[in-house]
Design a protein around this ligand. Structure first.
Ligand SMILES: Nc1ncnc2c1ncn2[C@@H]1O[C@H](COP(=O)(O)OP(=O)(O)OP(=O)(O)O)[C@@H](O)[C@H]1O
Ligand SMILES: [Mg+2]
Length: 252
């Protein structure tokens, strides 16, 4: 068979194979985009563990009509303004997440750019891009991902029970929330509230403490110590649990 350039939808599906393993990986990409957009409130809605619906709404800076059309294209990103891979200021930068997700699901994005008086929406189903249409969205961005893996049934078979997939999403959202105490996070699964974390107010140090207590329980503060370390490449700060502090789970 001669060498050929693969069709772009197949390229997107291959890229999706690398990062999109299950509903929680989709949710993580969408929540990271919301944080990169400066959101103060992020709400996740799941149906059937995210197999039939994963929706993420944010109150971030939104996208204009032109940006919306570009956002679903491969290698399109607003996050590398100086083309400098050694100076990355955002959680994403590859410009791959949305086209990858859109190649294995039915994606719909509604968005209104901050300060604009009009909202827009675009749908992409199995990689097929639809028209840009007006949307009634009031602010920020709402992204819906339906029927994940409907184009790749082999992947669909590897998904586990709805409860397991929902629990994976809650776990990932809690981890993201620990690092972002100034942002509110909510997660609903099949109409039930699974996570509700209000934004913490005040000094960053107190906010971190509060958010950790909200997630790990109030006794975590007394049973952990602060850590702060720095070298020429990175800075680490946070709290680590004491060896004597542990909780039983189904394995212990
Ligand atoms: N919730 C959002 N609010 C505002 N803009 C968004 C949002 N989600 C995506 N975008 C825009 O769409 C672009 C493409 O998003 P996508 O996740 O595909 O790529 P990325 O975040 O730039 O990089 P990566 O593939 O590493 O996540 C982003 O660079 C951003 O400009
Ligand atoms: Mg992204």
């Amino acid at each position: 068979m001669p060498i050929r350039i693969l069709p772009s939808n197949l390229v997107n599906q291959i890229a999706a194979g690398e990062v999109i393993e299950r509903p929680s990986s989709v949710m993580k990409e969408l929540v990271e985009n919301a944080l990169d957009a400066g959101a103060g409130r992020i709400e996740v809605t799941l149906e059937n563990g995210g197999k039939t619906l994963i929706a993420v709404s944010d109150d971030g800076k939104g996208m204009s009509r032109d940006e919306l059309a570009l956002a679903v294209e491969r290698h399109a990103t607003s996050k590398l303004p100086d083309d400098d891979l050694f100076n990355i200021q955002f959680l994403g930068f590859r410009g791959e997440a949305l086209p990858s997700i859109a190649s294995v699901s039915r994606l719909c994005i509604e968005s209104r750019a901050a300060g604009s008086n009009e909202g827009w929406q675009i749908s992409v189903s199995g990689g097929q891009k639809g028209e840009i249409l007006p949307s009634a969205i009031q602010n920020g961005t709402r992204i819906e991902v339906r029927d994940l893996f409907f184009t790749t049934p082999a992947r669909l078979k590897f998904l586990k029970a709805d409860n397991f997939e929902t629990a994976q999403c809650v776990d990932i959202l809690q981890r993201i929330a620990m690092a972002n105490p100034m942002v509110s996070f909510y997660l609903y699964g099949d109409g039930k509230k699974k996570l509700g974390l209000n934004a913490c107010q005040g000094e960053l140090f107190d906010c971190r403490q509060q958010r950790l207590a909200d997630i790990m329980g109030s006794e975590f503060t007394e049973n952990s110590v602060e850590i702060a370390a720095e070298n020429e490449f990175c800075t680490i700060s946070g709290r680590v649990g004491l060896p004597t502090y542990h909780k039983a789970n189904s394995l212990s």
